[in-house]
Write a protein that binds this ligand. Structure first.
Ligand SMILES: Cc1cc2nc3c(=O)[nH]c(=O)nc-3n(C[C@H](O)[C@H](O)[C@H](O)COP(=O)(O)OP(=O)(O)OC[C@H]3O[C@@H](n4cnc5c(N)ncnc54)[C@H](O)[C@@H]3O)c2cc1C
Ligand SMILES: *[C@@H]1O[C@H](CO)[C@@H](O)[C@H](O)[C@H]1NC(C)=O
Ligand SMILES: *[C@@H]1O[C@H](CO)[C@@H](O)[C@H](O)[C@H]1NC(C)=O
Length: 343
């Protein structure tokens, strides 16, 4: 607009601009909301709305009426209860780190809850119980911070995602998979207890044995059955040492056969316990994702060998199994045997 001569901005266009702004922001929310204490935590300025209108995928755009910045789970319960009991209820959607790719955390014309603000600058959002071997984690925490907190006690969760800049509530709403899933199940199979705010605005604690319907619905429930404010995650000791191995294949049949045989090793066989991680992927020479040229794992020599392999077999991609094997000083010899078995 800046290049337009000022006179071109007539009074009528001013009024219509004003009305459009109103229509796309606060007008769809009940007035009384703004006289409550939680009302002061609602923003509907363009910048706040734009920040949550899209997500990592950048495929969809869906502008909410407002963004809610809670300072406690009590605030969230208050907002939901207000909408639930009002004659014109509105849509509410929790947003974690916004790493969905198709607008799952957005909410056209409703209220998006900015979960991450809950944890900002607070030290009481992750509590590790060494004695009980579990940790209590607030829903907005990033897995990367969960990892550092438990690792300080030489403990770790059993099931992860590859990428750790995702919130606990966000991945427990979808599943959460990585190289431990074949052994421990997805992240949603590794939760002892949840605190959830339900659609009526109640704060409820649930587990496999207590309010189990809610527990089962919320895990993998895409935020449709309640908002996760706390998760209790079981912990195991971190292995003393691990070997990180990449097995490179030119042949997809050999690749899938080995992968299937590794995940089906009998749990009672001794070396099953050593295998801690298994993932299979494509490895491209060029490209943003999965290119061996962008991996810190490979030496220059490795890269040359891989380039030779692709040239020889006329391939544009290689297949690889990424394997992690745990061991300690007493069993190094045995671990080496196991690695031979894998080849
Ligand atoms: C670069 C990248 C790497 C990824 N890597 C993996 C991976 O290795 N393994 C894997 O399994 N997934 C992976 N994902 C997918 C990721 O797990 C999901 O997109 C996850 O939902 C993102 O978490 P988030 O905190 O960004 O949630 P958001 O995108 O903000 O929200 C996701 C959904 O959960 C809901 N939600 C958010 N917070 C809560 C809460 N506290 N309570 C209830 N519902 C809530 C939202 O309403 C929405 O429906 C990856 C995604 C990206 C972009
Ligand atoms: C997201 O998409 C919009 C158009 O829909 C574009 O203007 C913007 O640059 C994109 N953002 C990113 C980070 O790719
Ligand atoms: C951690 O412990 C403190 C003190 O008991 C408590 O106030 C807080 O809610 C706990 N945090 C979580 C995520 O359980």
């Amino acid at each position: 607009m800046a290049y337009l001569p000022r006179t071109r901005l007539s009074t009528t266009s001013f009024i219509s601009l004003f009305i459009t702004t109103l229509l796309t922001s606060t007008l769809s929310l009940p007035e009384e909301l703004f006289s409550l204490e939680i009302g002061t935590k609602i923003r509907s300025d363009k910048q706040s709305l734009m920040l949550v209108a899209s997500d990592f995928g950048n495929l969809t755009k869906s502008t909410p009426a407002a963004v809610f910045y809670p300072s406690s789970s009590h605030d969230i319960a208050g907002l939901i209860h207000f909408s639930y009991t009002h004659s014109t209820p509105f849509f509410i959607s929790p947003r974690g780190h916004g790493h969905s790719i198709n607008g799952q955390a957005s909410c056209s014309n409703g209220v998006v809850i900015h979960m991450e603000l809950l944890g900002q600058g607070r030290a009481d959002r992750i509590n590790v119980s060494v004695a009980n071997r579990y940790m209590d984690v607030a829903g907005e925490q990033l897995w990367i911070d969960v990892l550092s907190a438990s690792h300080a006690h030489r403990l770790r969760a059993n099931s992860w995602t590859d990428y750790l800049h995702l919130t606990v509530g966000g991945t427990l709403s979808v599943g959460g998979i990585s190289g431990q899933t074949f052994q421990h199940g997805p992240q949603i199979s590794n939760v002892l207890e949840l605190d959830v705010i339900t659609g009526t605005g109640q704060q409820v604690t649930c587990s496999k044995t207590h309010n189990q319907d809610l527990f089962n619905a919320v895990l993998g429930g895409l935020g449709q059955f309640g908002i996760i404010t706390r998760a209790r995650i079981p912990l195991s000791p971190t292995p003393e040492k691990v070997k990180w191995i990449w097995l490179i294949y030119t042949n997809i049949v050999a690749f899938t056969r080995d992968q299937e045989s590794l995940i089906s090793i009998d749990e009672n066989e001794r070396h099953f316990g050593f295998l801690k991680y298994l993932e299979g992927s494509l490895l491209m020479e060029q490209g943003i994702i999965g290119s061996w040229r962008s991996s810190s794992f490979f030496s220059k020599n490795d890269m040359q060998r891989m380039a030779q392999l692709t040239a020889k077999h006329r391939l544009t991609a290689l297949y690889y199994l990424e394997v992690v094997v745990a061991y300690d000083e007493n069993i190094v010899a045995e671990v080496d045997q196991v690695i031979l078995l894998f080849h």
